[in-house]
Design a binder for this molecule. Structure first.
Ligand code: DX5
Ligand code: ZN
Length: 220
């Protein structure tokens, strides 16, 4: 069956960190397209998670590209460290970035795919001037900071609106927060191409089966 391209990015925020290597290998074996890594600094969001050290540790155990989501203030200061740690994609928040054009250019110079993440309350106009510098947009479908939150339904219209605004540009739209088998197909139909899934994959008894089930649901 052919349909829109669906890429699955399990988020290790919901993984068991005492056996992180094994959990990454499990979803990689199930065909994950990216491993999503949530970096939080306790300033931009009210939670603290992981840094370049964890990115380089994951890099050592998988060939699946690493999708690094920076939820930090002053991301420019850390771009090089995350690129060196092995990030394939680096996304910064538009709300945390003063010179977005410069930041995105720098990410590409460092050899990574450039992404911008946008919070549920931020108008899409905030990123309209940088479409040609983008490889992906992360449309946040929860307020960032924690896994396991409920999906915000308005995100579906935002994805469709963004897809229209992007015209034919080859920019991935990644949707992040509360994605599961019940909304996956709707999100893909609206124009998303990458589904981030934390709880719905690593919170499941069998994360490999959950990864495959999410892809099946998304293409149904
Ligand atoms: C939230 C993070 C998400 C999170 C998603 O701030 O950016 O990537 O891991 O987790 P779930 O899929 O459980 O909502
Ligand atoms: Zn994320």
């Amino acid at each position: 069956m052919s349909g829109p391209l669906v890429q699955i990015a399990p988020s290790i925020l919901a993984a068991d960190f005492s056996r992180l290597g094994e959990q990454v290998a499990t979803v990689a074996g199930a065909g994950a397209d990216f491993i999503h890594i949530d970096v939080m600094d306790g300033h931009f969001v009210p939670n603290i998670t992981m840094g370049p050290l964890v990115v380089s540790a994951v890099k050592r155990v998988t060939t699946v590209p690493l999708d690094v989501h920076l939820m930090i203030t002053n991301p420019d200061q850390y771009l090089e460290a995350f690129a060196q740690a092995g990030a394939a994609t680096i996304s910064v928040h538009v709300e945390a970035t003063v010179h977005l054009h410069r930041t995105l250019s720098r990410i590409r110079q460092l050899g990574a795919r450039a992404g911008v993440a946008i919070n549920p309350a931020t108008p899409l106009d905030a990123i309209g001037e940088v479409f040609d510098l983008l490889d992906q947009v992360i449309v946040m479908s929860v307020n960032p900071g924690f896994g396991g939150q409920s999906f915000i339904p308005r995100s579906i219209e935002r994805i469709a609106d963004l897809r229209a605004r992007l015209g034919g540009r080859p920019v991935d739209i990644e949707v992040d927060g509360g994605v599961d088998e019940t909304n996956a197909a709707t999100l893909i139909r609206a124009g998303a191409s990458i589904l981030v899934a934390g709880n719905s994959v690593f919170g499941a008894p069998d994360p490999a089966a959950a990864t495959r089930a999410l892809r099946r649901a998304a293409t149904s």
